[in-house]
Design a protein around this ligand. Structure first.
Ligand code: CTP
Length: 418
């Protein structure tokens, strides 16, 4: 049945092993009376045949060969505007990159650029490709542009690896299509996600480590932060199923597994990387960002023996946490800061919570007596506008896991309140 009210889906099938699942998706869409037009990229033809797609959609398949004969009956623009929703499944790393950059060098990318309709993508690729910084940057750009995502999910992959990158199952994509057509922007999680993965479907941005602010090409202003706590939080969030972007200053630690890590040096670079990684559900600002930087770093190494010691003029660095918390649009639902203090811990931390406009501050004493910088243990107090809770001394990894549970609780509560 394709009555007047039947909704129209334009399905772009990318070239990946998951393309076979697109056939099942078409079948399910047709069962529910959607009109489905399909476009295949050249690479998709290596995985499924146009004939099988045509026989399921009941209409012709569009690909790059159609241009000459079909332009008269249905042009590119019309094809994408005629749809109620564009769905890209599987969305390969290459297709996402083209979409993020606005390429239009084949029919699929042209349609995706020319449309004025919502686009839902179901990524499918190798885990390393998914976690690679360029892909994560493209995903962030597309989210910012309003593109909706379903998946990818964790699991065993055709290439023999395990991790996020598997395309969502057709049933989950169908659920996401129906949610998108209802105008929902938060796509429901697939039913079968493993319990305990409390942050599945969430995106979390974490900063970690110190920043280095150059004085000259060889010297800098820095601090003693090791990055251990920030890296542990990024890892724990990834283990809880979140898509995590870690923006790290210079540290001697390895990049955590399953996390997309972006390395920066200065506060300004850290701010730029964080802004590029947003939007996100939560921002956790663990980095010990240098508060000042030399106003004009010397282009060459400063030399001794010129009579007087050089005077350093310092200017303030951007306050990344305060800027993220104050974003007029695209503010993460949860903005969490750390307060490293050497005296009057709770008073200073509470005033930071208010001054920086965040939802929670985690206070820790970095003074001589309770020194934690570089160590493996931490003792923290969680402050929100209405509560204070001190945790006993525990490993930084345990702090990270408990904190991730807390973030998941807070995000779930916010979802319920909406
Ligand atoms: N922070 C930030 N950008 C800065 C300075 C700090 O994002 N330029 C964040 C830190 O990541 C941390 C919180 O702000 O989450 C508090 O950092 P802290 O160094 O304790 O506070 P300061 O802003 O330096 O304030 P004060 O000088 O009063 O200690």
């Amino acid at each position: 049945m394709t009555g007047v009210s039947a909704q129209r889906i334009l399905l772009v099938i990318g070239g990946g092993i998951a393309a076979y699942k697109a056939l099942e998706l078409i079948r399910r869409l047709r069962e529910r009376s959607y009109v489905v037009r399909a476009v295949m990229t050249a690479a998709a033809r290596h995985f499924v045949t146009p004939l099988s797609v045509t026989s399921l959609t009941g209409t012709k398949v569009y690909d790059d060969l159609f241009a000459v004969s079909d332009e008269a009956t249905m042009g590119h623009i019309e094809l994408s505007r005629d749809a109620d929703l564009l769905v890209v499944a599987p969305a390969t790393a290459d297709l996402l990159a083209k979409m993020a950059r606005g390429h239009a060098d084949d029919l699929a990318s042209t349609l995706l650029l020319a449309t004025d309709k919502k686009i839902l993508v179901a990524p499918a690729m190798n885990v390393r490709m998914w976690l690679a910084s360029p892909t994560q940057r493209n995903v962030a750009t597309l989210r910012e542009d309003g593109v909706l995502f379903v998946g990818p999910e964790d699991g065993d992959m055709a290439c023999g690896e395990h991790g996020p990158g598997r395309m969502s199952e057709p049933a989950a994509i169908l659920g996401a299509i129906e949610a998108a057509l209802r105008g929902e922007t938060r796509i429901p999680l697939p039913q079968h996600l493993a319990p305990g993965r409390r942050l599945a479907g969430r995106r979390v941005v974490v900063t970690s480590g110190p920043t280095h602010e150059p004085i000259d090409p060889v010297r800098y202003i820095g601090n003693r932060s090791s990055g251990k706590q920030g890296h542990a939080i990024a890892l724990a969030a990834a283990e809880a199923g979140a898509e995590v972007v870690l923006v790290s200053g210079p540290v001697a630690l390895q990049d955590p597994a399953g996390v997309s890590t972006i390395r920066v040096e200065t506060a300004q670079e850290m701010l730029a990387a964080v802004e590029a990684a947003l939007p996100a559900d939560a921002f956790v600002s663990v980095a010990a960002v240098a508060d000042w930087r030399p106003a004009a770093p010397a282009p060459e190494k400063l030399k001794k023996g010129r009579g007087t010691a050089p005077a350093l003029t310092l200017v303030e660095t951007p306050d990344i946490l305060a800027k993220v918390a104050a974003r007029p649009s695209g503010r993460p639902a949860l903005v969490v800061g750390f307060a490293a203090e050497t005296e009057n811990l709770l008073d200073h931390a509470r005033s930071k919570l208010a001054r920086k406009g965040c939802d929670m501050i985690i206070a820790n004493d970095v003074g001589a007596a309770g020194s934690v910088m570089g160590l493996d243990a931490n003792e923290v107090t969680l402050l929100t506008p209405g509560s204070a809770e001190t945790w006993p001394r525990m490993s930084k990894s345990e702090v990270a896991h408990r904190l991730v549970e807390r973030l998941a609780d807070m995000l779930d509560r916010l979802d319920h309140e909406r």
